[in-house]
Design a protein around this ligand. Structure first.
Ligand SMILES: Cc1cc2nc3c(=O)[nH]c(=O)nc-3n(C[C@H](O)[C@H](O)[C@H](O)COP(=O)(O)OP(=O)(O)OC[C@H]3O[C@@H](n4cnc5c(N)ncnc54)[C@H](O)[C@@H]3O)c2cc1C
Length: 439
């Protein structure tokens, strides 16, 4: 894959998600001329959440998706619904300043309520489990950071606690960790199921949705915008670009504002009934404080689902299976060897500051991209933030500020730089695990 070109996804959506997701939309291809209030480009959480709200508020809205709903990150995520950004809350407040920082921290804290609320409201069948998230300390130094995070949230009345080794063992079945943060607000789901459920809800609400309808032209007209696909055309007063890592060259400079990174997961054969009683028996998802790839969750059918390492810039690469098996052995020696039966891979859209951005590209043209690997709750919230802008909600009720479109400064050398950074993180994680492992 050429890092400086748009990324494609030739990997099909994974059977592990298709099996328990609502049926595909099988939406029509656009072959007509249409006139709408808002055209949304991209059928992932950000675009679908925008479209759902617009449709429910009576707007005429069309979603145009190049492939099928959930073809991007939204059908390929690991499945954690997290009430935080990538960075810790103190860093968010510092980066955005007290006013916007507070809005973002508070907005993200409400993300799981929003997601699980939509799932209940629209009866979306997507393996939703709101049993909380465990963030375990991978070494002694990390415990202090988790303690600080727990205090930050407890001071704000959130249901977050620091738990000691015996509780971690009971919750996870692993003797590897000394302490962990248990955040009762988060949970997990089948990402493809959630994306399809949002799309079905948007259609029921009155949105039009077109699949296999890549937008290949975007021009300003007297009254708004003209979007051109291979066989049709949409005239829209306003346009939302919600294409995240899969952003192509539809708008100059947009793709250059992020770096796509490939991320991977592996799903094991089902655990025996006996092991299911001790390995993550409460249904929480387990991550640790290492820098890279630590998520593990147990699916309803008893399989372990891991976020794992793999080639960061390859469209056709596969996850590092041997490394993933070793990690499983380290954490759960009682399990023994487990076969990997499913794989998931997709592109994450990283921005330079690792926050998503909302750009006003021109009058009536908004882009909301750069989810940086945190998009199930954040993308749903981002769609709501875009909706608020489109419908004239005043700025003090937005979660994120608008930011100017800027290319990533290091984009021409991004591949070697990011590659080197990932290798450094891999080494540091290995070092930490060897020298500081708590258990
Ligand atoms: C492997 C992996 C694991 C992840 N794990 C998690 C997790 O556990 N928790 C979490 O919160 N987040 C996670 N994420 C991040 C999350 O999946 C994304 O942030 C989120 O899905 C982004 O949603 P989106 O709607 O903005 O973009 P996407 O879902 O990527 O949708 C963009 C869509 O735009 C379409 N498109 C592009 N160009 C055009 C065009 N010209 N015309 C029409 N359509 C176009 C694409 O086909 C695509 O479907 C993960 C991501 C990956 C890849």
């Amino acid at each position: 894959m050429e890092i400086n070109g748009p990324v494609l996804d030739t990997t099909p959506l994974s059977a592990t998600y298709i099996q328990t997701a609502p049926p595909p939309l099988d939406a029509p291809t656009l072959v007509d001329r249409l006139k709408v209030d808002v055209a949304v480009v991209g059928g992932g959480y950000t675009g679908l959440s925008t479209a759902l709200r617009l449709a429910e508020s009576g707007g005429r809205v069309a979603v145009l998706e190049a492939r099928e709903v959930g073809w991007g990150g939204s059908g390929r995520a690991f499945g954690q619904v997290v009430p935080y950004a990538k960075h810790d809350d103190a860093a968010v407040l510092k980066h955005f300043g007290p006013q916007w920082g507070e809005r973002l921290v508070a907005g993200l804290a409400g993300g799981p309520d929003l997601v699980f609320g939509l799932i209940t409201q629209h009866e979306i069948s997507c393996e939703a489990v709101r049993a909380g998230l465990i963030f375990a300390a991978h070494n002694q130094a990390a415990i202090a950071g988790l303690d600080q995070r727990a205090r930050f949230w407890r001071d704000r009345g959130a249901d977050v606690e620091l738990v000691a080794r015996d509780v971690v063992i009971a919750l996870t079945g692993s003797r590897y960790y000394e302490a962990a943060l248990l955040d009762h607000r988060g949970g997990t789901l089948n990402p493809l199921g959630y994306a399809r459920g949002l799309a079905w809800a948007a259609i029921r609400g009155g949105a039009m949705l077109f699949e296999n309808s890549r937008v290949i032209g975007l021009n300003q007209t007297g009254g708004g915008w003209r979007l051109v696909t291979a066989r049709g055309e949409v005239n829209a007063a306003q346009v939302v670009l919600a294409t995240d890592a899969y952003t192509d060259d539809l708008w100059p400079g947009l793709r250059q504002s992020l770096i796509p990174l490939r991320a991977y997961q592996l799903v094991s054969a089902p655990l025996s009934e006996n092991l299911r009683r001790s390995v993550l028996p409460g249904g929480q998802s387990l991550s640790d404080t290492r820098r890279l790839y630590s998520g593990i969750r147990r699916r309803a059918d008893g399989r372990l689902h891991l976020s794992v390492d793999g080639p960061a810039f390859s469209n056709t690469g596969t996850a590092f299976a041997a490394k993933s098996s070793k990690r499983l052995r380290d954490l759960f020696p009682q399990i023994g060897e487990l076969a990997w039966e499913h794989a998931v891979a997709g592109w994450v859209g990283m921005t330079e500051d690792q926050y998503p951005h909302i750009h006003r590209l021109a009058p009536g043209l908004i882009a909301a991209i750069g989810l940086s690997g945190r998009g199930i709750a954040f993308g749903t919230l981002l769609g709501r933030d875009v909706f608020r802008r489109l419908t004239g909600v005043p700025e003090h009720d937005w979660m994120l500020p608008d930011t100017p479109l800027r290319p990533i400064r290091v984009k021409p050398v991004a591949r070697p730089l990011v590659g080197a950074l990932l290798n450094t993180y891999r080494l540091l994680d290995r070092w930490d695990l060897r020298h500081n492992a708590a258990g």
